[in-house]
Design a protein around this ligand. Structure first.
Ligand code: PEP
Length: 250
């Protein structure tokens, strides 16, 4: 049985006060939820203050990126140890915005995934095709290359601690959601790929989230699909009620 995991990616949003308010509202709304793993990923500046708010709750802390080196002259970057020291458990790696705007490649994703796992952070690895790639019929090829690249050299024991987020780039922040059938097809493909790369146990155990304009009004149909184990939520994670509406969709 894979436990559903809903993670909120706050991206470059929330000042200190806004983060405190949002985290407090989420903690209150989800306090009775025990069948869904809940993760929130504020920007770095708000990680510690949010940790202080959620530390005794059922909400876990995630970060939006990390650097693959332990420490040193990497101005502007954040290490795994820094994240661990403020209570972070999960880290998003390879988000399409990182790939598009900040030169993230399958190679850097792989280095970050290995560093996260070595240090005891759980990676949420994002993969997904652009609209052009989908229209050219390249979706599976692109997703396969990203999954293979991200987990190259990662042991079975370690991939079992990882989460994969299938996020079609054309659906992120656009209001266009993949249909449940479109998403399910790619999720099933990723599971099949995990079986090829590892084995049946890995294929059946690794959780695969969908991300891309998931909202309270479309979450249920997506989450009902057999291979969709949760969501990585951008815009709708910035309103506590909407985030809760995805955790408990009607
Ligand atoms: C995301 O950034 O991972 C995401 C899915 O964003 P949104 O929900 O806003 O499309």
């Amino acid at each position: 049985m894979r436990k559903r995991i809903i993670a909120g990616n706050w991206k470059m949003n929330t000042t200190l006060d806004e983060a405190k308010k949002l985290a407090s509202e989420i903690v209150e709304l989800v306090k009775n939820v025990d069948d869904v793993e809940i993760v929130i990923c504020p920007p770095y500046t708000n990680l510690y203050v949010v940790y202080e708010i959620i530390k005794d709750s059922n909400v876990k802390l995630g970060a939006q990126d990390l650097h693959w080196e332990d420490k040193g002259a990497f101005t502007g970057k954040i290490s795994a140890d820094m994240l661990l020291s403020v209570g972070v458990k999960y880290v998003i790696i390879g988000h399409s915005e990182q790939r598009t705007y900040f030169c993230e490649t399958d190679e850097t994703v792989n280095k970050k995934v290995k560093q996260a796992l070595k240090k005891g952070l759980k990676p949420i690895v994002c993969v997904g095709e652009t609209l052009e790639q989908r229209e050219n019929g390249e979706t599976k090829e692109v997703v396969k290359k990203q999954v293979v690249g991200a987990f190259e050299g990662v042991s079975k024991e370690d991939i079992l601690k990882s989460v994969i987020a299938y996020e079609p780039v054309w659906a992120i922040g656009t209001g266009k959601t993949a249909t449940p059938e479109q998403a399910q097809e790619v999720h099933a493909f990723i599971r099949e790929l995990l079986k090829e790369l590892y084995d049946e146990e890995v294929a059946q155990s690794v959780r695969i989230q969908y991300g891309g304009s998931m909202k309270p009004n479309n979450a249920k149909a997506l989450l009902e699909q057999p291979d969709i184990d949760g969501g990585l939520i951008g815009g709708a994670s910035l309103k506590a009620k909407d985030f809760y509406g995805i955790i408990r969709p009607e």
